[in-house]
Design a protein around this ligand. Structure first.
Ligand code: SAM
Length: 211
């Protein structure tokens, strides 16, 4: 699926979905200064931008490729710009922290995922922090059935389609960490989240320092 088609999906659901991956700003503060420049990549309707603003982080910007998501974020007064995660309009080593909450679940293809990770590394200063939260593989019958049907067609285990006509991916957290080339994972935890469609799903959070 092309990026424009994906962005159109998110435009169509921008007013309907609620995202829930929790951001613990005390954890973020252990790895990034509150005065630092923070990028919320795939910011959606600005949920985390609002939280960071209220919690005393003045230099936060959000980017997303969905115009409708950004319009909803803008209504809350957030500082946002339209950009795809594969080509961020930011200078090399220009941010102190990147947040990516429930973004890699939207990227089922390995090559696009690796390009996005490389882009996060490019814009982070050395020692800067990537804080990421996303869905882990579920071991229940519903999840196993949908992963297996795609794996049988040669797609990575964890890829699945929603009836809404969109492809997503859940990850093995350990295997995911190995994708983070040029980063050192310094903090991690497992949790459970409620997905945008109301299902309970295992999840993982990590902070990785850019080498
Ligand atoms: C599940 S939502 C999470 C939003 C937000 N991070 C949060 O936790 O509230 C995923 C967001 O990532 C955006 N997104 C997905 N792929 C993207 C890409 N390649 N470039 C930019 N934005 C992307 C979508 O438009 C959507 O707003």
């Amino acid at each position: 699926m092309q990026e424009t088609e994906r962005a159109r999906y998110w435009d169509g659901v921008a007013d309907a979905k609620t995202f829930t991956h929790p951001l613990d700003t005390d954890v973020l503060a252990r790895f990034a200064s509150r005065d630092g420049r923070v990028l919320d990549c795939g910011c959606g309707y600005g949920r985390l931008l609002e939280q960071l603003h209220d919690d005393g982080w003045p230099r936060v910007v959000g980017v997303d490729f969905s115009i409708a998501m950004l319009a909803r974020a803008h209504d809350h007064g957030a500082s946002v710009a339209r950009s795809t995660a594969t080509a961020l309009a930011l200078r090399d080593a220009s941010v102190d922290a990147v947040l990516a909450f429930a973004v890699v679940t939207c990227v089922p293809e390995d090559d696009t995922l690796d390009a996005i990770i490389a882009e996060w590394r490019r814009v982070l200063r050395p020692g800067g922090a990537l804080m990421l939260s996303d869905c882990a593989l579920g071991d229940d019958a519903r999840n196993r059935a949908r992963y297996e049907c795609h794996a049988a067609r040669g797609l990575p285990y964890g890829v699945f389609d929603l009836d809404e006509g969109m492809r997503f991916r859940h990850f093995d957290p350990t295997a995911f960490e190995q994708r983070l080339k040029g980063f050192d994972v310094t903090w991690r935890r497992a949790l459970t989240v409620t997905t945008m469609n109301g299902h309970e799903q295992p999840a993982f959070q990590l902070v990785a320092r850019r080498r």
